[in-house]
Design a protein around this ligand. Structure first.
Ligand code: NCD
Length: 353
């Protein structure tokens, strides 16, 4: 596998993904075989935003592979609170560790970090943008349950605007065909244009609706998400959106007997607790799968024979053209080179105007 960093799920080829999928299955079957394969390696976890599953599953994954973990879960306990730039933090930590996992509230942060890192950077969530290792967890779970990534009816419900797990999920599915996506949200929280366009330009179908009732009977997969309170400008705006979609036992009666309910977790009130006991609710199982896929990813990066270099001269200096997304890392870290892809910002993917 020729992957330097994992910023977006689609950084992997479909062959890379099947290799990782198979490795994950093997680790699950015979974990003892892998108990020391990362001995002597160090994983750094830099979490600038709260996390339970992602952070703990990465840490547990590295421990189960025999390696060690350093890092912070609260940037206020690191030199970030003294005003250190992302670039400097990355340069320092990459001198200590072999792999770096980063979660940051700004969109494009992991990509920005990768420009300065001689070691692999794994994006563990960059603001409301992407969350590729959650998508690995989701794709692993879906294949285990459905044995295919095609001809599926998939409902995505909740905060489709801010939900990075949804964005990554849809990008991953854009490589497959003949799926029907039901996008269930209020009009305020609908999918961002750039993600909508990605799926729109593929052989998959999209239906937009604002009620779960309209589609639940059709679905093979229902992917519920939390309204992302921390991404709203004000508490009032959040309150206007909170509690609109709640999956209940009653609604589950209308669903197919083999529909699966997924959720990246944490859940707040969008799934009523009586749904947890329904065998179709597989989110806790999904979360456990996440540890194993992360073991496979870490192992793959530990084994990669890489040249440790970054060529900063390859990047142009910043010019006077800024991304108009205030949540983009390029508007916060002033030294970042201006990088574009097809007139989109290379950090956060928003269209540049
Ligand atoms: C998600 C995240 O952080 O984006 N959680 C996770 O990583 N499992 C979803 C969320 O916070 O709602």
């Amino acid at each position: 596998m020729n992957l330097r960093h994992l910023i977006d799920f689609n950084d992997m080829t479909t062959t890379d993904w099947s290799m990782l999928y198979n490795l994950t299955c093997d680790i699950m079957k015979a974990p003892d075989k892998y108990a020391e394969v990362c001995k002597g390696k160090i994983l750094a976890t830099l979490f600038y935003e709260p996390s339970t599953r992602t952070q703990f599953s990465f840490q547990a994954a590295m421990h189960r592979l025999g390696g060690s973990v350093i890092g912070f879960a609260d940037p206020n306990s690191s030199s970030v609170s003294k005003g250190e730039s992302l670039r400097d933090t990355v340069k320092i930590v990459s001198g200590y560790a072999d792999i770096m996992v980063m979660r940051n509230p700004l969109e494009g942060a992991a990509y920005a970090a990768s420009l300065y890192s001689p070691i692999p950077i794994i994006n563990a969530g960059d603001g409301g943008h992407l969350h590729p290792t959650q998508t690995m967890t989701d794709m692993f779970t879906i294949f285990n349950e459905k044995k295919t990534y095609e001809n599926l009816n998939i409902g995505l419900c909740g905060d489709l605007f801010n939900g990075r797990t949804v964005h990554s999920f849809i990008k991953a599915f854009s490589r497959y065909k003949h799926n029907k996506f039901w996008l269930v949200s209020t009009k305020e929280l609908k999918l961002p244009g750039y993600i909508h366009e990605i799926i729109h330009n593929t052989e998959n179908e999209i239906t937009i609706t604002d009620t779960l009732e309209e589609c639940i009977g059709e679905l093979d997969i229902l992917y519920m998400t939390r309204i992302q309170r921390e991404r709203f400008k004000s508490e009032e705006e959040y309150k206007r959106q909170a509690g609109i979609y709640i999956l209940t036992k009653d609604k589950m009666r209308k669903a197919k007997p083999d529909m699966i309910v997924m959720h990246p977790l944490p859940k707040v009130d969008e799934i009523y607790c009586d749904v947890d006991d329904d065998p179709r609710a597989i989110y806790f199982h999904q979360a456990r799968n996440g540890m194993y896929v992360r073991m496979a990813l870490i192992l793959m990066f530990c084994e990669a024979n890489r040249e440790r270099y970054t060529d900063l001269n390859a990047y142009p200096l910043p010019q006077n053209k800024f991304c108009n997304n205030a949540r983009c890392i390029s508007n916060h870290e002033v030294y970042l080179p201006e990088l574009t892809n097809d007139n989109s910002c290379a950090y956060c993917e928003n269209k540049l105007t």
